[in-house]
Design a protein around this ligand. Structure first.
Ligand code: C2E
Ligand code: MG
Ligand code: MG
Ligand code: MG
Length: 281
């Protein structure tokens, strides 16, 4: 009976595996036409600045509205785009669209810094600098309002390439944020090489900042590092008022998370940013 039970379980796993492969295939197929069919949209998550009490920036996050599969979260399709190399074209679209939106807000008298996530493939692509320049020119946005979010893992494989690229970004006048900071394996000396404007503290530390002394110590150390470098800190994934208060007391300069607002449409973000200081979604 045990053997039979086991073989049933294996059959179930095979079945699940087949379902998974089928789903991946369906995603892969639907992704091929997604860009041309205008199925991608950007949503914007607000970032609250403690000093001014205002929304001073946001992060552009990619959403895929597939007519056949519904709304698919980035975790399910960014990797596939990365594997096929299509992320470079999609990433160029994200840059153009985010710059266009940032320019529209700037012209409306409401300058907001808009963060864009770069993928590994994009970061290695020889097209990247040209794509950024094209987005800046087409939109006419003040370059510093466009912020490129990179992760430690992007820069780890080829540090010289990374430093050269970041210096080119600097020359273009765009801002650079180091995303998901603290979860990678970088040493302090490593980070000090990079010309960056913002350190984004990963949600992993924010979640327990009110409970664990270790997480609090890490946040305090990151803030001290950022202050020494003269860069801002944005804490990610802030969900409760208590976390927010702790982070402010620790010297973090900005917060982003569901407490401030979920990723939202450009119109919703604009309405939130126009509200009185301290307002939340
Ligand atoms: P990320 O860059 O670290 O973005 C933050 C993620 O945390 C977003 O997930 C956001 O919705 C989520 N988040 C924000 N606040 C909270 C909170 O308070 N609690 C919790 N639990 N989560 C929160 P999302 O939109 O699903 O994006 C996931 C990842 O996909 C991003 O992580 C980024 O690495 C990637 N991604 C998103 N858009 C793009 C894009 O345009 N290009 C590339 N290459 N990657 C993207
Ligand atoms: Mg990000
Ligand atoms: Mg992040
Ligand atoms: Mg993260």
């Amino acid at each position: 009976a045990r053997v039979q039970g086991r073989s049933w379980a294996v059959a179930d796993l095979d079945e699940l595996d087949a379902q998974h492969r089928q789903r991946q295939l369906a995603l892969e197929q639907a992704l091929q036409s997604a860009l041309n069919n205008d199925e991608f949209v950007l949503v914007y998550q607000p970032q609250l600045d403690f000093a001014s009490g205002r929304i001073q920036g946001c992060e552009a996050l990619l959403r895929w509205h597939s007519p056949t599969l519904g709304v698919v979260p980035p975790a399910q399709f960014i990797g596939l785009l990365e594997e096929s190399g299509r992320i470079v074209d999609v990433g160029a679209w994200v840059l153009r669209e985010a710059a266009r939106q940032a320019a529209a807000w700037e012209r409306a008298g409401m300058p907001l810094r808009v963060g864009v996530n770069l993928s590994a493939r994009q970061f290695m692509s020889p097209r990247l600098t040209a794509d950024i320049e094209a987005a800046l020119h087409a939109s006419g946005v003040t370059p510093a309002l466009l912020e490129l979010e990179i992760t430690e893992s992007l820069t780890m494989h080829d540090v010289e390439h990374a430093v050269a690229l970041l210096q080119r970004f600097r020359a273009l006048g765009v801002s650079v944020a180091l995303d998901d900071f603290g979860v990678g394996h970088s040493s302090l000396a490593y980070v000090l090489q990079f010309p960056i404007d913002v350190l984004k503290i990963d949600r992993a530390f924010v979640t327990h900042v009110t409970r664990g002394r270790a997480d609090r110590a890490i946040v305090r150390a990151i803030v001290a590092l950022a202050q020494a470098l003269g860069v801002e800190t944005i804490a990610e994934g802030v969900e409760t008022q208590r976390q927010c208060d702790f982070l402010e007391a620790l010297g973090v300069t900005q917060v982003q998370g569901y407490l401030i607002g979920r990723p939202m449409t450009a119109a919703e973000l604009e309405a939130l940013a126009r509200r009185a200081p301290g307002a939340r979604a």
